[in-house]
Structure formats: C-alpha cells, structure tokens
Ligand binder design. Structure first.
Ligand code: F6R
Length: 258
C-alpha cells in the first residue's frame, strides 16, 4: 500500500488527475474504472482541462463505473450516468460506446449484474480503479457486511449512505434505496486501485482501512490485500492514524500492507 499525504482537497485532486492523465496519455487500450460522488469532482475538472489543452487522444480508452442507483434512468438529474456526463464525458473526446455504467432501470436486474460483470472481463479487466470511501467504510456501494466474494450485485443502501447522499437530491425521500454496484471481488480484480479521501468525515474509515483488521464490517479494509493500492488523502482524512503510521507516511509516502 502506498499512501500519499497531501495538504487539502485541491492537492488531492491534482495528484489524482496527474496520475490518471499520464495513464490516459501513455497507455493504449486503457480501461479506467471510475467513481462518482463529491470526492472526484475536482479530479475530473482538472483532468478535463489537461486532456483538452494537450489534445490527448482518448480513442482507445474505455471507462467503466462502479455503480448506479436503481430506478433512475440515464437522463435523471441525479443518476450517475448524468453525473459522469456533467463532470467528465461531455467535456472530453470520448464517445458513448467507450463509456459504461450499470443500467439502473433494467427489467431484469440480476441479468444486468451478470452482463456488467462479463463486460468488465470482455474489455480486458480494469487497469486503474478510482475509488472514494464512505464514512462507514463502503467502497462502491458495498456496505458493511458485504461478503468479500461478491461480484456485481444489487444492494440496499445503508441509512447513513442515503443520508450522506441526500445533499445531491431535493428531498431525503428522493434518494434511491437500492443500487447496482461492482462487488468487492470485482474491485479486487482491478490491476491498480487509487482511493481518494478528503476531510474529517473520512478519518475513521481511513484509519480502519490503513491500520485496522481486515473485516467485512468495514469493506474498504479488504484493500489491504490488494497488491497495487495507492491512497491519496489529505491531512484531515489521515488525522486519526497513529503517530508511528503518520511518521512512516511522512518519511516515504509509503507503508507496507498490515
Ligand atoms: C461512488 C461510490 C461511493 C463514493 C463514496 C464517497 O461511485 O461508489 O463509494 O465513492 O460514497 O462519496 P463522496 O465522495 O461523496 O464522499
């Protein structure tokens, strides 16, 4: 595990976008796993500017998102399809057939999960998976208690997740109760994972992820077992780590798996 400590949200976003930019520019047939939510908004903004100012060719890139709400169609203001359009896709040279999200209004949701999992394999697996983290330790929408062996599946969102995401909706009741998410096993198949975290509300989850025991009650802890994990987090998000872990991070930006 590599942990890069930055001062604040903007610096986290710059580091993440640098990393993604170099991969988009340098790797043919790159499969980028993408996340939504508040955390990567600025990363997409900076990345968009760089792609356009350097006229980067994205014709061989494929993107695959972590999750989508059930019941919201692609055009719904709060769907993750729409989020990706607004924050990234419509600003960069990428066509709809290169971008993939689960269909939250599929008639047969189990078949949709299967299709999505197979799609990931068909396009060659995810090269870099971008992740945020829930304050309850969720990754994707894998809520506490999700078995680590799960692949893409339907989940019921935790109350705390619905409350956290209510800020994007005009009323609490509008927040969907269910979503389709890549499973933990799907995420763990990615060749590299880059997890972003900013702010105090992520400090407990990040402490668990970096220092805690690996347990299904904090899904993000599974990432300790990933061979290529990079965490980019600001001081506030890392503020609950022990002194010795922080010293190790400050000394070399790196701590080995626990
Ligand atoms: C988003 C996702 C979620 C978020 C997490 C953090 O696609 O899968 O796991 O990354 O809920 O959300 P924010 O960034 O809004 O704090």
């Amino acid at each position: 595990m590599k942990v890069i400590q930055v001062d604040h949200y903007k610096q986290m976003s710059e580091k993440a976008s640098d990393m993604l930019f170099e991969s988009i520019k340098g790797e043919k047939n790159l499969v980028l796993g993408l996340a939504t939510g508040g955390t990567p908004v600025k990363t997409y903004e900076i990345l968009t500017t760089r792609i356009n100012s350097e006229k980067v060719d994205m014709s061989t890139v494929q993107t695959i998102n972590l999750d989508e709400y059930i019941g919201l169609d692609a055009k719904h203001l709060n769907s993750y399809h729409q989020y990706m359009e607004d924050h990234f896709f419509k600003h960069v040279p990428i066509s709809p057939d290169q971008t993939h999200l689960p269909n939250g209004v599929a008639n047969d949701l189990d078949a949709e999960c299967k299709r999505y999992e197979e799609l990931i394999d068909t396009i060659g697996g995810v090269d870099i998976q971008l992740l945020g983290i829930g304050s309850n330790g969720h990754i994707g929408f894998n809520e506490p208690g999700t078995p680590f062996h799960e692949t893409t599946h339907v989940v019921e969102l935790a109350k705390s997740t619905r409350e956290a995401n209510a800020r994007f909706f005009s009323s609490d009741e509008e927040v969907p109760t269910h979503a389709i998410t890549m499973g933990i096993a799907t995420i763990m198949k990615s060749k590299q994972v880059v997890l972003l975290a900013s702010g105090k509300s992520k400090a407990d989850a990040l402490k668990q992820l970096i220092e805690g025991e690996v347990t299904e009650s904090c899904p993000a802890t599974v990432l300790q077992n990933h061979p290529n994990l990079m965490i980019i987090a600001d001081h506030e998000a890392l503020s609950k780590l022990s002194k010795s872990t922080l010293e190790q991070i400050e000394a070399n930006n790196y701590i080995s798996s626990t």
